[in-house]
Design a protein around this ligand. Structure first.
Ligand SMILES: [Zn+2]
Length: 427
């Protein structure tokens, strides 16, 4: 019995060493495309470095022996055909577009890891039963165009080529123009991935938060992706002389907003996790040292794993704002301009990942993703899950983004085990 455990451990150690070397090489190689002076990476949808990265990735997928295609919008697909193809594919993937001066790991890790896992599965076990399918989604961040999830949105039917959303980049170039210039668009004669053809979707990603690192966990099992509300509040007072207006005779919009911000923090802390609420932007008028603020605009970003709890929290908060405004003789109005529902990922898949962690004696925890991902769109057409690995100090969307190769390798091991169970065992 002991021998069996030992030999199992040794095999895994060898495997981890191989994953570690491969992931280091692949991440560094991909970070050359769009490398910028900040030490980070800038690859925006359909720009030259993005195109170069997608097409060299395609070549690597070909070298691995995958069938490689681009679809009409530019998602890159690599497929290892299974012996029971008709039973639906096991799809993994992420994105290689970045924010401006982004990090090397966000998105890229999921694609690099998927390729490494599939390569090892093929070497070790040969042809799977189900197709193993990897996708490099053509856009996730929404950093060039004010539109996120264009690639997964196309696959899941949220967006269509018949109605390309009206979105323009900072240069005034439309999404349609940029897509056409990169050689994609309607009629490029590529096969479309149909939802019925997908059995499950798995996205491996860095956490982009500091929870796993602080709790010394190797793996985050992502139960769902939080719902988000974003609102803008307008608070009107009376701009007046800072010297001649007695303290009892003021309608100070900024002092009122200061109290409202305190209220946000106080209520959010009292509500408890996973609720988070942030006032991140303030605009003060006239914004002068010697004038009482007459008008303040501020934003609220509130997130929770449960959409109805999020709604209850925001309603109560606004009632609190109303009371502050009334007490201080201020006018209050607001506009909600974003209300994205929370998405629960597939609990069956989460449990499967949990068993894999237990079997490999990996410390893990369940968690919600506070950021949006392609997986939330994929969940609308097939059972989907996400696996997180730690992010150093929780830093992301920055050249400081970092996860050690050891931690990345552990994520690949879990992904490989899950792909094995789904593609080789079940049918
Ligand atoms: Zn990402």
């Amino acid at each position: 019995m002991d021998i069996a455990v030992d030999s199992y451990g040794e095999t895994r150690a060898t495997e981890l060493a191989l994953f570690k070397a491969s992931i280091e090489e692949t991440i560094e190689w991909l970070s050359l495309f769009g490398a910028d002076a900040s030490g980070g990476v800038t690859r925006l949808l359909y720009d030259a470095s993005w195109q170069e990265a997608q097409s060299t990735l395609a070549q690597r997928m070909l070298q691995l022996g995958l069938e490689v295609t681009f679809d009409e919008v530019g998602n890159l697909h690599g497929i290892l055909k299974g012996s029971h193809s008709h039973t639906g594919a096991i799809v993994t993937g992420s994105h290689i577009d970045t924010v401006v001066h982004g990090g090397k790991f966000d998105g890229t890790y999921g694609i690099a890891a998927g390729m490494i896992a599939i390569q090892h599965l093929w070497k070790q076990y040969g042809r799977p039963k189900r197709d193993l399918h990897i996708i490099s989604f053509c856009e996730e961040e929404g950093s060039r165009f004010p539109l996120a999830y264009w690639g997964s949105g196309y696959i899941t039917g949220r967006y269509s080529l018949a109605q390309v959303p009206e979105a323009h980049d900072l240069m005034g170039i439309s999404l349609l123009e940029a897509m056409t210039a990169a050689g994609f668009g309607a009629g490029t004669n590529s096969p479309k991935l149909v939802p019925e053809g997908i059995h499950a979707f798995i996205e491996l990603h860095i956490e982009q938060g500091a929870v796993l690192e602080q709790e010394k966990q190797a793996i985050g099992l992502v139960q769902g992706i939080v719902g988000q509300k974003r609102l803008t509040f307008e608070v009107g007072g009376i701009a007046n002389h800072a010297g001649t207006t007695p303290m009892t005779m003021r309608s100070d919009a900024l002092a009122g907003v200061a109290e409202m911000i305190q209220e946000v923090e106080h209520r959010a802390k009292a509500y408890g996790p996973p609720l988070v609420a942030t006032v991140g932007s303030l605009e003060i008028k006239p914004n002068l040292t010697n004038v009482i603020a007459g008008h303040v605009t501020f934003t609220l970003d509130a997130r929770h794993a449960n959409s109805s709890e999020l709604a209850v929290f925001c309603e109560a908060l606004i009632t609190g704002f109303d009371e502050i405004a009334l007490k201080r003789n201020l006018a209050l109005s607001y506009k909600e301009w974003m209300d994205a529902a929370a998405v629960m990922l597939d609990s069956g898949l989460t449990q499967q990942v949990e068993v894999i962690c237990q079997r490999n004696k990996l410390p893990y925890r369940q968690m919600f993703s506070g950021a949006g991902h392609d997986a939330q769109l994929m969940q609308s057409i097939c059972p989907s899950t996400m696996i997180f690995v730690p992010s150093r100090a929780g830093i992301s969307h920055s050249s400081e983004e970092y996860t050690s190769s050891e931690e990345l390798a552990v994520g690949i091991l879990v992904l490989k085990d899950l792909l094995y169970e789904l593609a080789y065992h079940e049918h």
